[in-house]
Design a protein. Structure first.
Length: 72
């Protein structure tokens, strides 16, 4: 049974090819590592992502910090 903090959003297979893609939500990288270890016949590539709104907010904060730097 999948852990409570692991949710598969979707799982698709490539047409005419071996392999596919899974979008899953999980807040614990150890769970992802366990999944990839449990299924050694598959190749896994975990690519963490975040909502675009969070990314833009972080970028704007960083740009504001950078623009406030004083160079002598």
């Amino acid at each position: 049974q999948a852990p409570a903090n692991f949710k598969i959003e979707f799982f698709v297979i490539r047409v005419g090819d071996w392999g596919g893609y899974m979008l899953a939500e999980c807040d614990d990288p150890i769970i992802i590592h366990k999944l990839s270890t449990m299924l050694p016949a598959f190749e896994f590539q975990a690519r963490p992502v975040m909502p675009i709104e969070d990314a833009v907010r972080a970028e704007l904060e960083t740009m504001a910090w950078r623009d406030g730097l004083k160079f002598d």
